[in-house]
Write a protein that binds this ligand. Structure first.
Ligand SMILES: [Zn+2]
Length: 365
């Protein structure tokens, strides 16, 4: 299948995600890889299946490069003007759910792995198609690493509009609990309102982490926060004895979490306790490494555009699992995340370029 056909077949299967038949994409990728003579292994974790495709009969000590893409997507909104599960090409773009993030890039990686496996190269390509990325990746990429699937290098196919991404921020999710003294709302002298204590805490944090610039590199290199959930109180005329708030911090990739949470504790009133719910590391590559230089030269050749700086992403991706495992990682994908919206689409010229990039890079490794 051509990459555009494979992309379309995978987009159609997004309608089965979240249903009993969610293995449809896994079946298609497995069958397609096997038909093209790749060795296929399935890794299952809590109902999420990852497909690993590699060249048969390679030597143990060959250099390995992972091409990692996810087959899951987010559910469609009702603002689509076309059927999100019925892909269509309009003016050089493929429209369909997940086209940009990142079904088309996954299809390009699959076809790259097949093309490279037919060539007699000393290096080995390991194609990894995972689910679960949209909800954290623990049962997808995380599970493949736990099962020992590793390599010398890794490439993530999240859409970057053909820019070379070399890092993303860390994420820290905390829950704050403010304790007070409940009672009737008419008797403030006998109560301590936990919601008011929480308000004091949130104002202090908001002041500390207020954005001082909207510049992308500033946001990348500084901690930012958003309060995402608040709950408290039992009735409209009862003083809450407890109030909880969830805060989503995005932090510089190299931050020391213990030091950071110690600083947070200092900013909070004494009756507010802090509990870490999620601590997801960031990712930053060695931008002076040979791997990055090779990727840059290859990308410049394929796109015909000189690269003046690397992309530092604010949102997380599965790159952090490889980074944590000590595997040098890059992220290059076709498509602009701004098009990961209702009427999501992929520019076919970029898709052609990205497949060429994956292929050329794999040959050079
Ligand atoms: Zn994605």
């Amino acid at each position: 299948m051509k990459t555009i056909e494979l992309s379309s077949e995978l987009i159609k299967l997004h309608k089965y995600e979240g249903s009993a038949d969610k293995s449809a994409a896994v079946d298609l990728i497995k069958t397609y890889l096997e038909k093209n003579d790749l060795h296929v292994e399935l890794i299952s974790s809590n109902g999420v299946v990852s497909v690993i495709g590699s060249t048969k009969g390679r030597k143990e000590n060959s250099r390995k490069i992972i091409l990692n893409g996810h087959y899951d997507t987010v559910p469609p909104s009702d603002q689509w003007t076309v059927d999100p599960f019925d892909p269509v090409v309009k003016k050089g773009e493929l429209w369909g759910l997940g086209a940009c993030d990142m079904t088309c890039n996954l299809a390009a990686m699959i076809n790259t792995a097949i093309a490279i496996s037919k060539q007699n190269l000393s290096s080995e390509i390991i194609l990894i198609a995972v689910g679960d990325e949209e909800v954290g990746g623990h049962n997808g990429t995380g599970a493949t690493i736990a099962k020992g699937i590793t390599a010398n290098y890794a490439v993530i196919g999240e859409p970057t509009a053909m820019q070379l991404a070399t890092g993303h921020k860390a994420r820290l999710q905390i829950e704050l609990t403010a304790e007070g003294k409940g009672g009737h709302a008419a008797y403030p002298q006998d109560t301590k309102n936990a919601a008011h204590t929480m308000a004091t805490a949130l104002v202090a944090l908001e002041k500390e982490f207020k954005l001082k610039s909207h510049d992308h590199e500033y946001v990348f290199s500084h901690p930012t926060m958003n309060t995402t959930l608040i709950s408290g109180g039992t009735a409209e005329n009862v003083v809450p004895f407890q109030c909880k708030a969830t805060i989503d911090f995005r932090l510089p990739a190299d931050i020391k979490i213990e030091k950071f949470t110690a600083k947070l504790t200092q900013l909070l009133p004494e009756s507010v306790k802090l509990n870490i719910q999620k601590n997801e590391p960031g990712w930053i590559s060695d931008e002076k490494s040979e791997f990055i230089k090779t990727a840059q030269a290859t990308l410049e050749k394929v796109t015909g555009t000189p690269i003046s700086g690397y992309l530092h992403k604010l949102g997380a991706s599965d790159a952090r699992y490889y980074s944590k495992a000590g595997i040098p990682t890059i992220n290059v994908g076709a498509g602009n995340m701004k098009l990961h919206i209702p009427d999501e689409k992929m520019q076919l010229e970029q898709l052609r370029q990205v497949e060429q990039f994956y292929t050329e890079l794999c040959k050079k490794i």
